[in-house]
Every structure is written in C-alpha cells, then in structure tokens.
Design a protein around this ligand. Structure first.
Ligand code: PGA
Length: 263
C-alpha cells in the first residue's frame, strides 16, 4: 500500500483530486469507481473546480458507484443517486448514459446485482476506485464478517453503521437496513484503489486496514492483497499507525516518475 498523510482533510482532498485528474487526463476512456458519504465531498468539490478551470473533463469517462440503499427512489434526498447529482454530476460534463449506480428500487434485486457486475466487466473494468472506510472497517457497504471475495449483492447493514448514517436521515429508524454494494471481490478487481479517511474516529479502522492482519473482522484489510492501493489520510486518521514515520520517508524518497503529483 502507498500511504499519503496530510495535515488536514482539505489537503487530502487536493491530493485525491490530483490522482483522479491523472486518470482523466491520461486515459482515453477512464472508468472511475466512485464513493459517497462525508469523506469524498471535498474531493468532488476539488474536481468541480478543476473542471470549471478547464483542467479536466469527464466527457469520455464512465463511472460506477459502489453502493445504494434498497428501497430509496432515485430522487430521495438520502439516496446515493441524488447524492451524486448534488455533489458532482450536476456540475460536470459526464454523459448521463455513462453513469452507473446500483438500482435499489429494482423489482428483481438479484438480477440487478448480476447486471451491475456484467456492466463493470463490459466497460473494461474499473481503472481507479475511490473508497471511504467505515469505523468498523467496511468498504462499500461490506460489513465485518462477510466474504472477502464477495461480488455485487444485497447486504444488511450493522446497527452501528445505521447509527453512523442516521446523521443524514431524520432518525435511525429511517435508515434502510438493506443495501446493494459492490463486493470485496469486485473492489479488488479495480486496477487502482484509493481509500480516503479523515478524523480520529477512523483511526482504528485505518490501523486495522494497513497494519492489522487480513481478516473479515476488518473488511478493508483485504486491500493488503490488492496490487495497487493508495491510502490518503489526515493526521488524525493516521494517528494510531505504528509505521507512520516510515510512510512519510517512503513518500519523500519516491523517484520522480513515481510521484502522483506530477502533471
Ligand atoms: P463517511 O463514510 O465518509 O460518511 O465517513 C465512509 C464509509 O462508511 O464508507
């Protein structure tokens, strides 16, 4: 794993935007995996600024979102369809038919999951997958103790995740219990994963993901087996890392061509 630590969430968002921009500029038809939640909001603001400054364009890209709540209509204020419109898609030039988000309102949820996997495959696979991490180590909505090789499927949220996400709803009772999420196996097939985490509340999960044993108890730890994962952390999220200084040392000694900040 490549670990990048910055002083604050704003600097993390800037670094993450540079990584995404590299794919948008460097690949003909980049396929981006996108995430929702509080963490990537700063990244999306940065991407919108880069787009407005004409430094990037999404017109040739395809996107796949990680997950969606079951039962929320696309226009529901807390649906991830609506989140993506409000935080990114309404402000950039991505063609509507290139946007893919799991459909939590489908009559046949099982078929919709199989179709989602097939669409990812047909696109040529995800080049860069953006990820947040839950306090319990989930990525996407893959909660602890699920299979580390799962595919896109319907999952049941833990009570803790429901409590964590209740801040976006009127109360915890309104948070759907079921979700569609890319599986850990799906995420592991992305060619490059970029995990973002900020704040001390994420520090335990971050430590388990990077330095703990690989275990279904902390699903993100599966990324230790991923061939190219970049983790972008602020100081608070990185605070429990045992090898923190070493990660800074590695970043300082990257060869020029390895540097993600290069234009
Ligand atoms: P957050 O969620 O960005 O809202 O903290 C991250 C996650 O649960 O994956």
């Amino acid at each position: 794993m490549e670990i990048i630590i910055r002083d604050n969430p704003q600097d993390c968002a800037r670094v993450a935007a540079k990584i995404v921009a590299k794919y948008l500029r460097g690949k003909k038809g980049p396929v981006l995996g996108l995430a929702t939640g509080g963490t990537p909001e700063g990244l999306y603001r940065q991407l919108i600024s880069l787009y407005r400054a004409k430094k990037i364009s999404f017109k040739n890209s395809t996107t796949f979102n990680l997950d969606e709540y079951v039962g929320l209509t696309h226009s529901h204020p807390q649906s991830y369809h609506r989140y993506m419109k409000e935080h990114l898609f309404d402000f950039i030039d991505i063609p509507e038919d290139k946007i893919n988000i799991p459909d939590g309102t489908a009559c046949d949820l099982r078929q919709t999951c199989l179709d989602y996997e097939a669409r990812i495959k047909a696109s040529g696979g995800i080049d860069l997958q953006v990820l947040g991490i839950g306090r319990n180590g989930h990525i996407g909505f893959n909660e602890p103790m699920g299979s580390l090789s799962s595919r896109t499927w319907i999952k049941i949220l833990t009570e803790n995740t429901i409590k964590d996400n209740a801040r976006f709803f009127e109360d915890a009772g309104k948070v759907p219990r079921h979700v569609i999420t890319m599986g850990i196996g799906t995420i592991m097939e992305a060619r490059h994963c970029m995990v973002m985490a900020c704040g001390w509340k994420k520090s335990q999960a971050v430590k388990a993901m990077i330095e703990g044993p690989v275990t279904a108890k902390w699903p993100a730890s599966a990324l230790q087996f991923h061939k190219r994962t970049t983790v972008v952390l602020d100081e608070a999220a990185a605070s429990l890392l045992f090898h923190k200084e070493h990660y800074g040392w590695v970043e300082k000694n990257l060869l020029e061509w390895q540097n993600y900040e290069m234009p």
